[in-house]
Ligand binder design. Sequence first.
Ligand SMILES: *[C@@H]1O[C@H](CO)[C@@H](O)[C@H](O)[C@H]1NC(C)=O
Ligand SMILES: *[C@@H]1O[C@H](CO)[C@@H](O)[C@H](O)[C@H]1NC(C)=O
Ligand SMILES: *[C@@H]1O[C@H](CO)[C@@H](O)[C@H](O)[C@H]1NC(C)=O
Ligand SMILES: *[C@@H]1O[C@H](CO)[C@@H](O)[C@H](O)[C@H]1NC(C)=O
Ligand SMILES: *[C@@H]1O[C@H](CO)[C@@H](O)[C@H](O)[C@H]1NC(C)=O
Length: 392
Amino acid sequence: MASSPSSINALTLSLLSVHLLVFLGSPSITTCIKLPPETEQRPQTFSPEEESQDSESDRVINLPGQPSTPSISQFSGYITVNEAHGRALFYWFFEAQTQPSQRPLVLWLNGGPGCSSIGYGAAVELGPLRVDTNGTDLLYNEFAWNQEANLLFVESPVGVGFSYTNTSSDLSMIDDAFVAEDAYSFVVNWLQKFPQFKTRDFFLAGESYAGHYVPQLAELIYDRNKDTAKYTPINLKGFIVGNPETNDYYDYKGLLEYAWSHAVISDQLYNKCKQVCDFNVSNWSSECNEAMSVVFAAYLQEIDIYNIYAPRCLLNSSSTSSSVSSTSKSRFESLTKVNEHDLRRMRIPGGYDPCYSQYAEMYFNRQEVQSSLHARAVNSNFRWKQFHVEYV
Ligand SMILES: *[C@@H]1O[C@H](CO)[C@@H](O)[C@H](O)[C@H]1NC(C)=O
Ligand SMILES: *[C@@H]1O[C@H](CO)[C@@H](O)[C@H](O)[C@H]1NC(C)=O
Ligand SMILES: *[C@@H]1O[C@H](CO)[C@@H](O)[C@H](O)[C@H]1NC(C)=O
Ligand SMILES: *[C@@H]1O[C@H](CO)[C@@H](O)[C@H](O)[C@H]1NC(C)=O
Ligand SMILES: *[C@@H]1O[C@H](CO)[C@@H](O)[C@H](O)[C@H]1NC(C)=O
């Protein structure tokens, strides 16, 4: 699968779509990942004096289905972000494959809101181990970003993937500011666990709705770094966002015009939307909601919104994992039921082969995978999912 055209496409697209690059601090930095040529052999681990015992207990060994070579130094587990409420974010961290002690640290966030950075970022897009099409094996991704950087994925906010809160009322409090605060606490506390990274060059990266998460977290870090008496300094050097959501007006206008100009919707529907929708306001009129839901529905039948020229994922659903089309459909239906107004927030969870969602859901719901990753089922009904629909 790693060499199939669709996965190469997905990778190329995800790299090409990185079109906004902003650096804080030193203007002499032109890239976050270019480093001198390699001399060392992979894999590298930290020298014993650098390595914290605390982090060692999060080391991942015997991950089911992992290829025997190359060996990948990886850690995963929970970082408490709020003790009083019992909130913890789940992370999966891959050391750089060479010279990890020289390489920068990159934190990756997927969007949604509510999409898992483990399921998309790590297991489908830029991580070194991608879930195979049978949901049981992992394939080495030779284009993994940890070729160049220490790569940290975090499931954010609580409620996404394995991340949880023991205070269920938290789940109704989640907005961008809440997400940024918890992500900030995550970074501070993760660096306690991995102190060798405290002074390392640090970059934030993400896609889609992380066009909100990444700059908002960067701003929080930047502001708090000014008050070192109160806050732990974080050596943030810059951030990078791909295919980011930054501006609702152009986002929805673009989505509508793309659908029309590619014959996904009719002239009539296009004109109707133009007539009834004002994308400059966040509270759409009911006429606009109605018209735009027809636009979204056009993508749910036969057309993959990520790649209109590719076939949809037609994988059979298994007993444990619903097919992606039915997932999208029920997602669509639940949104329609819950709040039609929120339909416009049916954000594209990132990734270009929708079947990947299904492979990852199969993989991360296996008991032996969860124990190997130090993940816990939050309750007896727990099922790991690619996205948390309530946040959409
Ligand atoms: C949440 O509650 C469980 C069960 O009491 C406990 O084991 C866990 O440590 C708590 N999580 C946090 C982050 O406090
Ligand atoms: C999963 O698929 C790969 C080929 O892509 C195959 O080598 C492997 O044996 C399969 N694993 C299982 C458990 O079926
Ligand atoms: C909506 O916002 C865009 C971009 O800021 C602006 O160009 C446009 O004139 C606005 N349209 C209306 C109807 O206010
Ligand atoms: C949206 O909110 C504005 C300001 O609160 C209000 O004037 C307007 O009537 C609302 N529009 C709709 C369609 O609800
Ligand atoms: C699809 O699933 C059904 C029920 O689980 C099964 O009987 C059928 O063989 C599957 N088809 C394919 C093509 O896997």
